[in-house]
Design a protein around this ligand. Structure first.
Ligand code: BTN
Length: 252
């Protein structure tokens, strides 16, 4: 079943959504909709993104017919804002789990979902503020379903679901399942349960990492010991100092 307005209407159980064959970025369209009072849980879906973006202003490729690009509008309490990316990573991981129980699905801190140790999905949460008031969050998820990375610079680090499973996966059904997992974890926003489930998925803990941190933490290499409930990664460097890294990239 191809991605289309009609197929999505049949599968999304009345959830408000916008579908585009081609769009710049679903996150931009979702943000516009959020600013016009979109209902919570509404989503924007596209078959192709021409200027999809990832974290740190990186590009995110969504060639037509190959992936899921979806942005979901959420209104978390401000105190649970940091958990939105955890929620996204968990929902994606559990969606892939549901397809096949043989392959390992983990999360590379903070929010890359890995399938057999390669990145299968990226998550970009962007919040919208009016002054100091949180209006909502756009949870953007890109999921490689049958993107062909052969010969691309990403070949050694990225993967698609179908190449691992060796079978066709219906993107409409995949999206319906993913949205249900997002609904589930949205009900747990702000809880220790969500944090612990995310922590249990992390493949980063116990490994040596190099972190290009922010908040004054330059690149540092050390043992990823644990994470704190706000999502910060605690990295012990060889001089035995424990660094708390709030956001960054991890090279495994
Ligand atoms: C990353 O790993 O850097 C995050 C990638 C997030 C990509 C998704 S695809 C749907 C949504 N629209 C975008 O432009 N980006 C996110």
């Amino acid at each position: 079943m191809s991605l289309s307005q009609q197929h999505l209407s049949q599968r999304l159980n009345g959830r408000p959504f916008l579908y585009f064959d081609t769009i710049g970025s679903t996150n931009d369209a979702a943000r516009d909709w959020l600013n016009q009072d979109a209902p919570t849980g509404a989503c924007v879906v596209a078959d192709e993104q021409t200027s999809g973006r990832g974290r740190k202003a990186r590009q995110w490729q969504t060639p037509p017919g190959t992936a899921l690009a979806v942005s979901v509008i959420l209104r978390p309490p401000p105190t649970a804002l940091h958990q939105v990316v955890m929620l996204g990573a968990l929902a994606v991981a559990e969606t892939i789990d549901g397809l096949d129980s043989w392959h390992k699905v983990t999360v590379k801190w903070p929010n890359d979902v890995l399938l057999d140790n390669k990145k299968v999905s990226g998550i970009l949460a962007e919040s919208a503020w009016k002054g100091s008031q949180l209006q909502g969050v756009v949870l953007g998820i890109g999921l490689n379903v049958r993107v062909d990375f052969t010969g691309s610079p990403l070949e050694s680090t990225a993967i698609s679901i179908e190449s691992v499973l060796g079978r066709r996966v219906d993107r409409t059904i995949l999206l319906a399942v993913l949205l249900r997992r997002i609904d589930h974890w949205t009900r747990h926003l702000g809880t220790q349960t969500l944090f612990l489930a995310w922590k249990a998925r992390l493949s980063t803990l116990g490994t040596t990492v190099t972190v290009n941190g922010t908040d004054g933490n330059g690149p540092l290499t050390g043992l990823a010991e644990t994470v704190e409930s706000d999502g910060a990664l605690c990295v012990r460097t060889p001089d035995n100092t424990l660094h708390r890294v709030v956001a960054g990239d991890v090279a495994l």
